[in-house]
Design a protein. Structure first.
Length: 285
């Protein structure tokens, strides 16, 4: 699989290019500290888990059974253990539904980490649906695919609101791309229109990859888990799975009501400040 980071929106405030260069030039360093047998065993175990739950989820979706929402969460929880993700949550996800969860985006591992804690579906770009394996799994998890470059964004907003009206919670990555995790990129506020001027509950979330085998992850080694720029997916995934266990810290910030904000841009700005504070930047929330 030779999938690369293809983004629909290029951000001028993207991750520092030196970190991407570090990965492209020196990712062989992971071979010296990683264990290829560990990576192979993890991939095999993940495949067995997925194949075991896949027919159950397909049947649940076809028959519109309640477990179709619970099975993905079970899958994410078991997958996190298999893949060496030690998820630590700070705060509590809001229990009422529906909820619009807003989070920064660092890696494809975000989906597993967040999905292990939150009973919600994800919002993703249309092109994710065509990714090998990942696109198929995303559809099974009832991911909502949206076109961020649609000429008429109202059609995309209607898709999201339909899920909310059905009582379903959603998780969105409003940066529109992933970063190296050292800062939060500017938010695209368009999708916040789905909650604008409503009583919808919105909860900001920050996610950080903090430790590798108990040792703090420094800036130079963030690219071993952060996936951004034009990194190739297959070698990045293989290296990450060979490295042992990673601590993922997920902070749930205080929920707010969308109707308390003048418009979607004000709501987006508030969520950005909260999330930036959670990843250790200068923001007061």
């Amino acid at each position: 699989m030779n999938t690369t980071r293809g983004e629909t929106v290029a951000s001028p405030a993207g991750p520092p290019s030196d970190l991407a260069a570090f990965w492209k030039d020196d990712h062989e360093a992971a071979d010296g500290i990683g264990n290829p047998w560990l990576a192979a065993c993890r991939l095999a175990a993940y495949g067995i888990l997925t194949l075991g739950l896949l027919p159950i989820q397909v049947l649940a979706l076809i028959c519109r059974l309640g477990p179709s929402q619970a099975i993905p969460r079970v899958h994410h929880r078991l997958a996190a253990r298999i893949l060496g993700l030690r998820v630590r949550n700070l705060g509590t996800p809001i229990g009422t539904v529906p909820v619009f969860f807003v989070c920064n985006h660092v890696s494809y591992f975000d989906v597993i980490a967040l999905g292990s804690l939150i009973p919600a579906s994800f919002l993703a770009k249309n092109d994710v649906a065509s990714w090998p394996v990942f696109g198929f799994l995303a559809r099974l998890c009832r991911t909502v695919f949206v076109d961020r470059q649609a000429s008429d964004p109202r059609s995309q907003i209607d898709i999201i609101r339909a899920r909310f009206n059905a009582g379903e919670s959603l998780i969105v990555f409003p940066e529109g791309t992933s970063s190296d995790g050292s800062r939060v990129l500017p938010f695209k506020s368009t999708l916040f229109a789905a909650a604008e001027h409503t009583a919808m509950t919105v909860q900001p979330i920050s996610i950080r990859y903090t430790r590798l085998n108990g040792i703090p992850i420094g800036r130079a080694y963030r690219p071993f888990y952060a996936w951004f720029g034009d990194m190739d997916l297959a070698p990045h995934l293989w290296s990450a799975l060979s490295l042992g266990s990673a601590e993922v810290v997920i902070r749930f910030h205080d929920p707010v009501r969308a109707s308390d904000f003048a418009n979607r841009k004000a709501l987006s700005a508030h969520c950005h400040k909260c999330i930036a504070d959670g990843v250790g930047l200068d923001a007061d929330c």
